[in-house]
Design a protein around this ligand. Structure first.
Ligand SMILES: NC(=O)c1ccc[n+]([C@@H]2O[C@H](COP(=O)([O-])OP(=O)(O)OC[C@H]3O[C@@H](n4cnc5c(N)ncnc54)[C@H](OP(=O)(O)O)[C@@H]3O)[C@@H](O)[C@H]2O)c1
Length: 184
């Protein structure tokens, strides 16, 4: 059975983007990027809210592939290989391969997908993930805590929900980023 995983790069005070909508402070360096690639490699399907998709679709069109560092080339290949489902009422077309649009987020359909898929599924951004948390279908949570306090913005974890988590692993990176891997 596949797992549903929420993965996010977050500030120390719990925001995936700051009050101005920036998240450049969370850009992974080569060490973190290579680690993320290993986490993403077994993922077969990405569930995206429309906003997250609009950011991530960059990887479909990234230019000058050969000039990119190996970790970026690697991520590009594995991102393109995965299936993507974009949740949106407004999006008319998608601009990446292996991608379909869903008009409603149906937790039962995700549970059915988990039961038949061999490869894990991830969900993002936090708006869509909050719906999955509220429906009780998120199995694991992977957070990259970045050593910055941004004071406000978009929260990485939903409010008004109580989750008891078991720490599965952790890792500290040279940049001061700390990876925390939890199971529900
Ligand atoms: N920290 C980082 O490393 C990082 C990395 C990448 C991106 N980001 C940022 O993360 C942010 C993600 O934002 P977010 O979490 O607010 O947005 P999101 O969940 O990615 O997208 C929200 C949109 O998804 C659609 N949607 C949500 N629930 C739906 C449902 N039940 N049925 C149908 N459609 C649904 C709606 O699209 P429609 O309006 O089209 O209906 C909604 O406006 C972006 O601003 C992005 O720039 C951060």
């Amino acid at each position: 059975m596949a797992k549903l995983i929420y993965s996010a790069i977050t500030s120390l005070d719990g925001y995936i983007e700051d009050g101005e909508g920036n998240f450049d402070w969370g850009a992974p360096d080569e060490e973190v990027h290579s680690f993320i690639n290993e986490l993403e490699r077994p993922v077969g399907t990405y569930l995206y809210g429309r906003r997250m998709y609009e950011t991530m679709v960059y990887w479909e069109t990234v230019q000058a592939f050969a000039d990119q560092p190996p970790c970026v080339q690697d991520f590009t290949v594995l991102w393109r290989a995965a299936d993507k489902i974009v949740y949106s009422k407004s999006l008319e077309t998608v601009s990446s391969a292996k991608t379909r649009i869903e008009r409603e987020f149906d937790p039962r359909a995700i549970q059915e997908m988990k039961a038949v898929r061999e490869h894990d599924i991830t969900v993002g951004g936090p708006n869509l993930a909050a719906q999955a948390f509220n429906a009780g279908i998120v199995d694991e949570c992977q957070l990259f805590l970045t050593p910055i306090v941004v004071g406000g913005g978009k929260r990485s974890l939903p409010i008004n929900i109580r989750l008891e988590l078991e720490l599965l692993s952790e890792r500290r990176f040279r940049s001061g980023v700390v990876f925390l891997h939890y199971r529900r």
